[in-house]
Ligand binder design. Structure first.
Ligand code: DGL
Length: 271
């Protein structure tokens, strides 16, 4: 089998997609990775579909110019709203999205009830429910937007009682009769797993994290297509951001699980 040593491009509205990078690095250490976080315009979750599509195309175009072999959309909001647009615009590049991965991981559990939690835009798009029901219409799907979770994670408050209060605020309707699966349909949410677990302790609820699912899905996709890097690949990483807010490095460490030693600031104002 021949190898494809071009890098994998991964983008997110901000730094949450680093949770996908961290998982992918464990699974495929030889792959070169180029990450783009649109930190100047995060969050996407409260923007209109038109703007989310426009930003997504600019993000993907940046990675395409870097000569990537595939693009991983590590943002649930983009993955819920802009995949068709990206497919139309970038016909020659493989594109996989975190939504497809999350849906697959949920369905593999053969659960009869799933609660999907995500940003306002992700939930409003109804894309998770539609995709789950396209395969199995019998599954009960409840979708709940949790807009405070992103700022709580970004402020590093996941151990603070405010996390428990926000979990209670959004998820109390599930408390009495929890679903079998709670799907974390936002790349920020894996950092809130502890608070979520604690809230549903003693129930049968299982958490499915779309970021880990996305890395696994991308690995399978790469192997299936025969486009993996040679075993002796460098496993290099380049990180690009569109802004460097004050808390940027601290946040990056939280999502990636280690320091980000180098990054470059770029502008996407090209179209
Ligand atoms: N990364 C986004 C997502 O997964 C969350 C942050 C945002 O709203 O842009 O949906």
């Amino acid at each position: 089998m021949k190898n494809d040593n071009r890098p994998i491009g991964i983008f997110d509205s901000g730094l949450g997609g680093l949770t996908v990078v961290a998982s992918l690095k464990n699974l495929m250490p030889s792959e070169d990775i180029i990450y783009l976080g649109d930190t100047a315009r995060v969050p996407y979750g409260d923007k209109s579909p038109e703007n989310i599509c426009r930003f997504a195309v600019q993000d993907a175009a940046f990675l395409a110019r870097k000569g990537v072999k595939m693009i991983i959309v590590a943002c649930n909001t983009v993955s819920s709203i802009a995949m068709d647009k990206l497919g139309e615009k970038f016909k020659d590049i493989h594109i996989v999205g975190v939504l497809e991965a999350g849906v697959r991981a949920c369905l593999a559990e053969k659960a009869s009830s799933i609660a999907v939690i995500g940003t306002n835009a992700t939930v409003k798009s109804d894309a998770y429910r539609r995709n789950i029901h396209a395969v199995n219409p019998a599954v009960k799907v409840t979708s709940i937007p949790c807009p405070l979770f992103v700022p709580i994670v970004e402020e590093g408050l996941v151990q603070h009682p405010i996390s428990d209060a926000a979990v209670e605020l959004y998820l109390s309707p599930l408390k009495k009769n929890p679903p079998e699966i709670l799907l974390l349909a936002c790349t920020h949410y894996p950092l809130l797993q502890e608070a979520l677990r604690k809230y549903f302790e003693g129930s049968r609820l299982k958490i499915v994290d779309s970021a880990t699912a996305c890395a696994k899905f991308a690995e399978e996709f790469i192997r299936e297509k025969g486009i993996s890097a040679s075993e002796h690949g460098n496993g290099s990483e380049r990180y690009f951001v569109t802004d460097m807010p004050a808390s940027f490095l601290r946040q990056a460490k939280r999502f990636l699980g280690r320091e980000l030693d180098s990054f470059e600031k770029v502008s996407l104002d090209t179209n």
